[in-house]
Ligand binder design. Structure first.
Ligand SMILES: [Zn+2]
Ligand SMILES: [Zn+2]
Length: 234
């Protein structure tokens, strides 16, 4: 069972935990993307989901907890989900002197390569994607960190390479910009596909356990059964 709460000292950070995993989630500059640090509390090994910006804050939270980062994973390559990737990959505490593996679905490589262009289109100070992607995510692949594991669900539609991530056998899902609380991701951006996003949600997310807690790419958390019951897009 997951317990969701807030930090008394910093109410901007949501704490989600069970017996062996702790997740810190907080919105980061420039578009309030939910960045999460997912930590195996038994080993201190962690992964970072969507370091969209505000790298100094992400790095401080990692260091304060003594976390060592095995993976930096991206739900997709829109600029607001990867503007902090370079600084976090370069400076975060890694494992055995190695920097973490930076992972993304290959369907979004083109978007990642055009990070600067994306920023320009949104009027946000841009930068090139300097850190190469060293791991291509595949549907149903499992990434291990400490004694925990993250399963990749390829859920295209918001972008061609959009993925959701499920903490294995625990009922916690990172849905990226595919599924939001009472909403879905927009499909009018590069490579968006409205039929594909509906199919992804129906066949890959609504088939998960009803009690699954969902941490979306923006905004408040939700649960699968609440979305199945009341999401106005379905
Ligand atoms: Zn986003
Ligand atoms: Zn997006």
């Amino acid at each position: 069972m997951w317990k969701v709460g807030f930090d008394m000292n910093d109410p901007g950070i949501a704490h989600t935990k069970n017996e062996s995993i702790e997740v810190l989630t907080f919105p980061v500059y420039p578009l309030g993307c939910n960045c999460s640090i997912v930590r195996c509390t038994k080993t201190g090994e962690a992964l970072v989901v969507d370091p969209g910006g505000d790298a100094p804050r992400i790095l401080k939270l990692l260091r304060d907890a003594g976390s060592r980062v095995r993976w930096i994973v991206h739900t997709h390559a829109h600029f607001d989900h990867c503007l902090g990737t370079h600084a976090v990959a370069r400076e975060c505490p890694g494992i055995e002197e190695r920097r973490p593996g930076v992972a993304m679905h290959p369907g979004d490589f083109e978007l990642y390569e055009n990070l600067e262009l994306q920023c320009r289109a949104f009027g946000v100070p841009g930068q090139k994607a300097e850190t190469p992607i060293d791991h291509s995510l595949e549907d149903d692949e499992v990434l291990r960190f400490g004694k925990a594991a993250l399963r990749v669900l390829h859920t295209p539609g918001h972008s061609p390479g959009s993925c959701s991530f499920e903490i294995e056998e625990s009922g916690l899902l990172f849905s990226g910009d595919t599924l939001f609380q009472m909403g879905i991701g927009r499909t009018d951006l590069w490579g968006g596909d409205s039929a594909a996003i509906m199919k992804s949600i129906r066949t890959r997310l609504f088939t998960l356990d009803d009690g699954t807690t969902v941490i979306p790419g923006h905004g408040p958390f939700t649960r699968i059964f609440e979305e199945k019951q009341a999401n106005p897009f379905f």
